[in-house]
Ligand binder design. Structure first.
Ligand code: AHR
Length: 551
């Protein structure tokens, strides 16, 4: 294997200051010597930070949909239920994960939801038809139950507001109900319902996917932007501390992608704090079932984030303001199997089995890649939600008696447990492969995706926690066949010990965990190299690795 001297690489990497293009000095030097290079090199300088990690980057989502709430987290009468009807076994799992923020109640559901149906005495709450998922909503779980549940779990609520059938007046009323102390119509109603102290909900999504023709109350961008601005002004008057998130495009497949975001922001930029992004990935039409393309799709997330940052900053220029918006990637995950027919139609039943996607090993590897992407954009993506958390496109599944960890549970858990302190900017170079084009996305009528160009075999992110004295590397090996070598050179800190080193891998990319066989895809220990200033890792093919070092 060809090598340029390590010091030279680090020095040049340091000067470049950003992740090096795949075709940079190392590759050129190797080509010049007529040799094949196989190792990836990463120079990590502890002083080169992207951002201080905001834990809200690894939030999640619970929609009033399928079995997410009913029989998922809330099942009065279950042997596992507490006095509130909350499933304690599920709560324990979520508490153990340490999920910082959870979006609720939707999703498409929220665009037809009357929050007043879900507050007050349970016996008086109406049973209504949820038209988003054609399901029966009993309203036994509503605003106050969600807040109580969040407190028990130790998470923060991120509320979605109904901008579909809902008026600005009722959206503002919901903020008043939750956040005003007393002495007004809606705050006093909350008190009457038994909740004296305000809930102080900080984060609010102004609607959901309002660009989508599938959305109840779908609008054109300018109308939505004006409604969002109007609502936001009133909400800020009630509570100046709220963080308001405008509805961005539902994804790059939308014919109005970018243009929607620009028009919306031109109307409401000065009144909101962030804009939402959504994206679901799959190994089907888009990739033609080719797993090497599939494992590269987190780079499409990088691109989407960068494009939306550009729109935000362009509108900032138009508005001649210093204010910078944050991005809220409040729906992201793999979702392509349980997406049609009975999987999305509740047939007017209570708690139907909807969107119960079964995840395999390759899905977990991509989720790891998506975690890496979020980390390297943590300067602008300040909130993100794995969609969703329980039973519906979820890492956690329940049956009557128990809880199952799907494959995607593990990369998500590692992000929550091991990403600490600052996210670091890495200088990387190494071998790559070409993904020249992608197929049409799964979304009906969606615009075709462009290719991804050169895709590095190894995708690496890192965090460094000076106070805790640790650093973590997250590494996706996209090579389906071969192990890959990663040479890491540390600057500014020297690892002294490997605290933990785990890998998710296997011979069968399609392997899943089931209630009968829950441990087919679980983390395994990875033999780490000796800790030190230079470390060479051997990464198995088809793998995602998290290594935490004492520094
Ligand atoms: O998360 C499932 C659905 O996907 C949500 O309800 C909607 O917002 C998105 O299209």
């Amino acid at each position: 294997m060809s090598k340029i001297p390590r010091r030279q690489f680090i020095n040049q990497a340091g000067k470049a200051g950003v992740a090096l293009a795949a075709n940079s000095l190392f590759s050129r030097a190797a080509r010049g010597q007529g040799m094949v290079n196989t190792a990836t090199r990463v120079a990590i300088d502890a002083s080169r930070q992207i951002a201080k990690l905001d834990r809200n980057l690894f939030g999640s989502f619970l929609e009033q949909l399928g079995r997410a709430i009913y029989t998922g987290i809330f099942e009065p009468g279950s042997a596992h239920a507490d006095s509130n009807g909350f499933r304690t076994d599920v709560m324990e799992e979520i508490r153990g994960l340490g999920v910082p923020i959870i979006r609720w109640p939707g999703g498409n559901f929220v665009s037809g939801y009357n929050w007043l149906d879900g507050v007050g005495p349970r016996k008086d709450r109406p049973r209504v038809l949820d038209r988003a998922w054609n399901s029966l909503e009993t309203n036994q779980f509503g605003t106050n139950e969600f807040i109580t549940w969040c407190k028990q779990v130790g998470t923060e609520p991120l509320f979605g507001l109904n901008f579909g059938t809902g008026s600005v007046e009722m959206a503002v009323a919901q903020v008043e109900y939750c956040n005003v102390d007393k002495g007004t119509r809606w705050s006093d109603l909350r008190r009457q319902h038994g909740y004296e102290a305000p809930h102080n909900v900080k984060f609010w999504c102004l609607g959901n996917e309002m660009d989508g023709p599938w959305q109840i109350g779908h609008m054109v961008a300018v109308d939505y932007g004006r409604k969002a601005a109007d609502a936001a002004k009133q909400m800020r008057l009630l509570d100046p501390s709220v963080k308001l998130i405008a509805c961005g495009s539902s994804g790059p497949f939308m014919p109005t992608y970018i243009e929607w975001d620009r028009q919306v922001l031109e109307e409401c930029y000065n009144w909101v704090d962030g804009i939402s992004l959504h994206r679901y990935y799959g190994n089907s039409e888009e990739t033609g079932g080719d797993s090497s393309k599939y494992l590269a799709l987190n780079l499409a997330m990088d691109r989407q984030i960068e494009e939306i940052i550009d729109v935000c900053d362009m509108v900032r220029g138009l508005k001649r303001t210093n204010k910078q918006l944050f991005l809220s990637f409040d729906e992201w995950n793999v979702w392509y199997r349980a997406r049609s027919g009975d999987a999305v139609d509740g047939h007017r039943k209570e708690a139907p089995h909807l969107l119960e996607e079964v995840y395999n090993l390759e899905d977990a590897l991509l989720v790891g890649g998506l975690v890496n992407t979020l980390l390297r954009h943590s300067d602008r993506v300040r909130v993100a939600c794995l969609a969703q958390l329980v039973n519906v496109i979820a890492p956690i599944m329940t049956d009557k008696n128990s809880v199952l960890r799907q494959t995607i549970f593990y990369p998500y858990a590692w992000a929550l447990q091991n990403a600490r302190g600052n996210v670091l900017s890495l200088a990387q170079e190494g071998p790559s492969y070409e993904v020249p084009q992608l197929g049409r996305p799964i979304e009906a009528g969606g615009a075709a995706m462009s290719g991804l160009g050169r895709v590095p075999y190894l995708d690496v992110s890192a965090t460094y926690d000076a106070a805790g004295g640790s650093a973590t590397l997250f590494i996706l090996n996209r090579d389906l066949v071969k192990p890959r070598e990663l040479e890491v050179d540390w600057q500014g800190v020297t690892p002294t010990k490997v605290i933990s080193s785990q890998v998710l891998t296997g011979s069968d990319l399609k392997a899943t965990n089931t209630f009968d066989a829950p441990k087919r895809v679980v983390p395994q220990p990875l033999e780490p190299p000796r800790a030190g200033r230079s470390m060479t890792f051997q990464l198995p093919p088809r793998s995602y690795t998290a290594v935490t070092l004492a520094v």
